[in-house]
Design a protein around this ligand. Structure first.
Ligand SMILES: Nc1nc2c(ncn2[C@@H]2O[C@H](COP(=O)(O)OP(=O)(O)OP(=O)(O)O)[C@@H](O)[C@H]2O)c(=O)[nH]1
Length: 666
């Protein structure tokens, strides 16, 4: 059951109120409806337009209702004194309605006073005029209608007056009961409302929330008491709350706030803004104001009704979260970069481990370091065993300033055998292995293993490199340098072992094992490329006599002497091997028999004409005999060619030595 229904029950129309004159009774019922409507306005709170409409209706009602009654009284020619009193009563109500209407329209604030004045008047009217005077009038008219004479009709009406009094008293009782019940309900409702409001206020204070209500036309701004702690002072005390509030808004946020209000004025339904306010003590706090626009009707202005909330802590927490996120992102990026660096470093290590020669290692270094994001550029220089100078063998990025060749002493790092880093060029002495004085930060890592200089790693960085990035470059360069040291010394060792395995230690020429491995491959290649390949076998003449006459060491010196002449007179593509004892085999790639003979004759001539100097004596020149074959002409396998060239050599020996004999073509 809602409040409105309860109020209608205050003045309940009863059939006992009926006079018996149908038209009059219908109009009285209408009056009860209007009194109930007035009571509703009194309880709901003053609504001036609604009240004025009701008063107009009441005025209108008085006009036609009083006319109905006065016409009836005249029609049945009732006592003139009674008619006169009745009409006077009607006039007093009409006057009362007029006065109250004037009061109600004078000011909105007077509407409540007007209702307070009219409602008791109408209640009394209902009880004493409608149920008293009108009832007597009706009884008299009905008696006249039955044909009673006027005197008798008046007496009967008066006799029934006591009955009307009972009805009035009953109605009064009903009204009192209804009002008491209604009052109790209202008190209970008020109590509940107070508790609920107290809880709401408590909840708002706890949640640091308040209400606001802004009239968009007049800028009349109202706050709930709970907003005070949010602003640091009582906003409601400002004589102009809106101006006072705007003065608290942080100067940088004011135009934004006003713009948002304007958007709502233009038609947007929702308002949501976060802005700063400055407390009286100068501290800055964040508020979130949200609201909904209530569009005014019947001349009322638009309003925003909403909630204001202190979000300073949330804002701070969010900012801290954003900071943490940003730091996390940075750390993550640095970790990812570090992981990428390690992957490349791993690639470098794996690549270097599988290199057989230094030139292969240089290729791997160039390929990997250019992708390692190691500074803006750099270079690797190596120092060959026994060499005084370093040669730059790999460059990446911007390494144009690095000298192609320089002495180890040009580098301060190599001199001290420790890393030399210059973040600022004024931090220490600048190395001299640059073609032009460097202008950017750089660092040098000497590559030294067991006291042996292998080379130098140099890395440059952009001029504006950060200390953090410089730290990363230095750290990464140290790891790269360690890898390079290990790889270079391994490759060198492997190359040395390989050399030992394929070279004759006395003469430095290739050995027979190498020839056995290489010759079949070269024969096949020569066949595929349709190029000639000649094979010469040389054997020193009467070498036993040299040994026997001057000793074994002298014999060795003769062997070295021949090897040196071979190295000197043969092309770098030719393979000179010590085949065994005092026998040598030369493979001439791309040479036919004629070319091979010419070359061997030159060597034979040189041998024939050159005595051999020893520390204490000079040996007379020694000659050799040689056999000569060409692949395909004298065989297409290494085995056959070697057999045929051996025969040719023996033929040369048989022919008297110091000569070259070609094998016969079969
Ligand atoms: N000093 C020295 N002598 C060697 C070496 N290898 C083999 N000889 C000697 O070379 C000599 C080869 O002698 P022979 O095969 O008889 O032939 P030759 O004396 O050169 O006579 P012809 O070949 O017939 O001209 C032997 O005395 C071997 O000891 C070596 O590495 N150093």
């Amino acid at each position: 059951m809602n409040d409105q229904t309860e109020l209608k029950d205050v003045f309940v129309w009863s059939s006992r109120f009926e006079t018996g004159l149908r038209e009059v009774d219908l109009q009285h019922a209408k009056l009860v409806q209007m009194i109930n409507a007035l009571a509703l306005i009194a309880v709901e709170g003053t609504n001036q337009p609604k009240l004025l409409r009701l008063l107009d209706e009441l005025q209108d009602y008085a006009g036609y209702h009083f006319k109905t009654e006065e016409d009836l009284m005249a029609q049945y020619a009732l006592n003139t004194e009674f008619i006169s009193e009745h009409v006077h009563a009607h006039e007093s109500l009409t006057e009362q309605i007029r006065i109250v209407r004037k009061l109600a329209e004078s000011a909105e604030s007077n509407a409540g006073v007007a209702v307070g004045r009219l409602l008791p008047f109408l209640t009394k009217w209902l009880l004493f005029h409608v149920l008293g005077t009108d009832m007597r009038m009706a009884h008299e008219i009905i008696a006249l209608q039955r044909g009673e004479p006027l005197q008798r009709a008046e007496e009967q009406a008066l006799a029934q007056q006591s009955e009307s009094l009972v009805i009035v008293l009953d109605a009064l009782n009903d009204i009192t009961d209804n009002l008491t019940r209604r009052t109790t309900q209202l008190q209970e409702a008020n109590q509940r409302l107070r508790i609920s409001e107290a809880r709401y206020a408590l909840a708002q204070r706890g949640a640091r929330i308040g209400n606001w209500d802004l009239d968009l036309d007049s800028r009349d701004l109202r706050w709930s008491a709970e907003v005070d702690p949010l602003f640091g002072f009582r906003l409601r005390d400002f004589s102009h709350p809106f101006d006072g509030f705007m003065a608290c808004v942080h100067p940088d946020d004011r135009s934004d706030f006003l713009e948002a209000l304007e958007t709502v004025r233009q038609g947007s339904n929702n308002f949501a803004r976060q802005h700063r306010i400055v407390w009286a003590d100068g501290s800055v706090h964040w508020l979130a104001m949200t609201g909904e626009c209530l569009r005014g009707r019947l001349g009322e202005s638009d309003r925003i009704v909403g909630i204001v909330r202190d979000v300073t802590d949330e804002k701070l927490a969010r900012e801290q979260l954003q900071d943490t996120n940003a730091q996390l992102k940075l750390s993550l990026a640095s970790v990812e970069r570090h992981a990428a660096d390690l992957t490349r470093l791993n690639e470098l290590n794996e690549g270097l481990q599988s290199c057989l020669t230094t030139s292969e290692a240089f290729e791997v270094v160039e390929h990997t370091l250019s992708r390692l994001n190691l500074g803006s550029g750099g270079a690797l220089a190596v120092q060959a065993i026994g060499a005084d100078e370093l040669k730059t063998v790999v460059r990446w990025g911007d390494a144009s300033g690095m000298s192609a060749q320089f002495a180890a002493s040009a580098c301060w790092g190599m001199r001290r055998n420790q890393r030399h880093t210059l973040l600022r060029l004024t931090d220490g002495p600048v190395c001299k292995h640059f073609d032009a004085l460097p202008s950017n930060p750089y660092l040098c890592y000497p590559l030294q293993v067991l006291g042996e200089n292998l080379g130098l790693l140099t890395v440059s960085a952009p001029a504006d490199v950060s200390e953090r990035e410089w730290g990363r470059i230095t750290h990464l360069s140290a790891m790269v340098a360690e890898s390079l040291k290990l790889a270079l010394s391994n490759v060198r060792l492997r190359e040395a072992l390989h050399e030992q395995a394929i070279r004759d230690p006395l003469t430095g020429l290739l050995n027979r094992r190498y020839l056995d491995e290489t010759l079949p491959r070269e024969i096949v290649r020569a066949q595929r490329e349709h190029r000639p390949l000649s094979l010469v076998m040389l054997d020193l003449d009467h070498f036993k006599r040299v040994n026997d006459t001057w000793g074994h060491e002298a014999g060795d010196a003769v062997l070295v002497h021949l090897a040196n002449i071979l190295k000197q007179y043969l092309r770098s593509s030719d393979l000179a091997c010590r085949f065994g004892g005092e026998e040598f085999v030369v493979v001439m790639l791309g040479a036919n028999l004629t070319e091979a003979r010419e070359r061997i004759e030159l060597i034979a001539k040189k041998m024939r004409e050159t005595p051999i100097p020893l520390p204490h004596l000079t040996l007379p020149a020694v000659t050799f005999s040689a056999g000569l074959v060409q692949a395909e002409l004298h065989g297409d396998s290494a085995e056959l060619l070697l057999r045929n060239v051996d025969h040719a050599l023996y033929a040369a020996k048989d022919a008297g030595r110091d000569c070259i004999h070609e094998a016969a073509v079969k």
